[in-house]
Design a protein around this ligand. Sequence first.
Ligand code: FPP
Length: 240
Amino acid sequence: MKYENLKVPNHVAIIVDGNGRWATERGLSRSMGHKAGAENLEKLVCYVLSKGIKYISLYVFSTDNFKRSKEEVDYLMNLFVNKFKRSVKKYNKKNIKVLFSGREKPLKEEVIKTIKKMEEDTKNNNGGVVNFCLNYGGHSEIIDACIKIKKDPSINIETLDEKTFNKYLYQDLPQVDLMIRTGGERRVSNFLLWQISYAELYFTKTYFPDFNEDEFDKAIVEYSSRDRRFGGINYEKKNN
Ligand code: FPP
């Protein structure tokens, strides 16, 4: 779909949900749902960043996801490593920069190594940014930023402002304009809490493996119809 007459967000965040139910409904193992989700994710990232959207953040593993079975966690970690290793070439071809947000502990060495290499290999790209949130928690991110600030001798705490605080987060990215959650739940689940202060929220029942380009376009059409006031009043509209 052409986005010409639509308002296009600068930063979109997606809570990737529904892989497990997608698989269960097809009589498949939950792992097969994650595999299908991963395949969809790569296509979607390239599509989104080809539409004039500059940043996409994806919640692929929360700090709380470690509560899942060892089998599922191990499967996901191997999937991340294998997919990341294989997709570097594609992201470089598309000029996409890859970033990660999250805590290193207790990720395995191989996961951390793969993540760091992918960031390094794509660092000079400037055709859009994909921010993978892995072992990510919104509260942890804010706490980790405070710890970094406390350790930084160059900072004057009395004059700390929002722009400076943002620099101590896992990544210094612009505020999220549109947050999408697939899979039918209507909550933000500790995702990008600092960054979503004025984000428009879009919930869809579609499970993530089925959240394709057409489904994404629907979210953009909905976003484009929203009246964003950022706490102010849209006088022009009110008086006409
Ligand atoms: C939540 O849905 C999804 C996850 C915890 C994992 C998401 C991971 C991927 C899509 C793979 C990403 C791959 C790469 C390479 C980044 P769920 O499984 O909890 O679904 P459910 O709510 O239906 O059980």
